[in-house]
Design a binder for this molecule. Structure first.
Ligand SMILES: Cc1cc2nc3c(=O)[nH]c(=O)nc-3n(C[C@H](O)[C@H](O)[C@H](O)COP(=O)(O)OP(=O)(O)OC[C@H]3O[C@@H](n4cnc5c(N)ncnc54)[C@H](O)[C@@H]3O)c2cc1C
Ligand code: FES
Ligand code: FES
Length: 335
């Protein structure tokens, strides 16, 4: 396999947070998006607690190019498990980008307050971003869908009833007197304190092709590679066959296997479009980089192909929680 020369790799990340462009040169592969947001940018609205993908207080929304078709993908993820090196070319929305006291609150923030769904407020940004992610994907969910969507969020003080009452008030089958659905047009009509004007995660300033091409960062004895094709991936595997390397996709296993490693070489395979091949079959073919959430949607859409597809989709919905499933991949699944 061809091994790419060093000069073919870039070592600079370019990404957008709440509409503002950031450039980071050769970041430490061990730093997470959560650590960078909070300690480097002072965006402490994104909280941190378990660092295991289990409490949801660190959830942010991301938008990035779809490796299969050049379109855009938007979803929520747990920033505590997301390596900063992953976010090249991404557009990230944190709670500060949705709204605040000075710039005006987002309708989801206001609704949570109106229903007394917040006490200490530590879980609230994650709850709000999670709901934002759902409405972005499905503007008129049912109350049951809203409840199912809050499978990865912990509140230690308010209790879940007022939080779920607030979030379910956005549902299509909720009592309109409780607030009612939000118009998709209004979902992103909110002031962005950083960029000014509206801040729209889905407008995706970052989805403009800057993430194209192979990436390499090296810090503290650890190299991070992002090959952009299967050929480059095989070349890297050959080149590093004697190293302690690990493939990285959603990096959610890091929330479970904390003592995995140490690794000297991390290879991010998310940009390899060949790993996203899906065919409804039979036989069912699913690429190893397809996220569990995408797989569930895919199985549901093709449920007429086999009675087992709905069974499999229901099983996958029981793995972890929404924001983990949005990034965790079938090829890395344990059970
Ligand atoms: C809160 C929480 C709950 C969880 N619950 C469950 C659960 O209920 N059931 C369950 O099975 N898991 C669970 N997990 C574990 C994890 O989410 C899954 O195993 C997930 O599928 C891992 O996918 P990933 O893309 O994040 O893998 P990563 O963390 O990126 O990688 C995990 C491993 O897979 C290897 N790998 C990466 N890409 C590929 C590939 N394309 N082909 C082959 N190997 C590859 C990596 O080298 C690494 O060794 C949970 C995790 C969290 C944080
Ligand atoms: S800090 Fe708990 S999920 Fe990230
Ligand atoms: S309001 Fe305190 S943790 Fe939820």
């Amino acid at each position: 396999m061809p091994i790419l020369p060093d000069e073919d790799f870039k070592d600079k990340l370019t990404f957008w947070v709440n509409g503002k462009r950031h450039v980071v040169l050769n970041p430490d592969p061990g730093v997470t998006l959560n650590e960078w947001l909070r300690s480097q940018r002072g965006l402490t609205g994104t909280k941190v607690m378990c660092r295991e993908g289990g409490c949801g207080c660190c959830v942010v929304m991301v938008t990035h190019p779809d490796p299969t078709n050049g379109g855009a993908c938007s979803y929520t993820l747990n920033s505590c498990l997301c390596p900063l090196c992953s976010v090249d070319g991404w557009s990230i929305t944190t709670v500060e980008g949705l709204g605040g006291q000075k710039a005006g609150f987002h309708p989801i923030q206001r609704r949570l307050a109106d229903f007394n769904g917040s006490q200490c407020g530590y879980c609230s940004p994650g709850m709000v971003l999670n709901m934002y992610g759902l409405l972005n994907k499905k503007p008129q969910p049912s109350q049951q869908e809203v409840e199912n969507h809050f499978d990865g969020h912990i509140c230690r003080c308010t209790g879940y009833r007022p939080i779920l009452d607030a979030m379910k008030s956005f549902a299509a089958d909720a009592d309109p007197e409780k607030g009612g659905c939000i118009d998709i047009e209004d979902l992103d009509k909110h002031p962005c304190p950083n960029a000014g004007g509206t801040c729209n995660g889905a407008s995706a300033n970052g989805v403009n092709g800057t993430s194209a091409g192979p990436l390499r960062c090296r810090q503290n004895g650890i190299s991070w590679y992002r090959p952009s094709s299967l050929g480059e991936l095989y070349g890297l595997l050959e080149q590093h066959s004697q190293d302690r390397y690990k493939l990285v996709c959603g990096n959610t296993a890091a929330g479970v296997y904390k003592n995995d490693g140490p690794h000297t070489c991390l290879i991010d395979i998310k940009a390899v479009s060949d790993l996203y091949n899906c065919q409804p079959g039979p036989p069912l073919v699913v690429g190893s980089a397809v996220s569990l959430s995408t797989m569930v949607d895919f199985l549901q859409a093709g449920s007429d192909q086999s009675p087992f597809y709905n069974v499999l989709a229901n099983h996958l919905r029981k793995v972890a929680n929404v924001s983990v499933r949005n990034v965790s991949r079938l090829g890395c699944e344990n059970a």
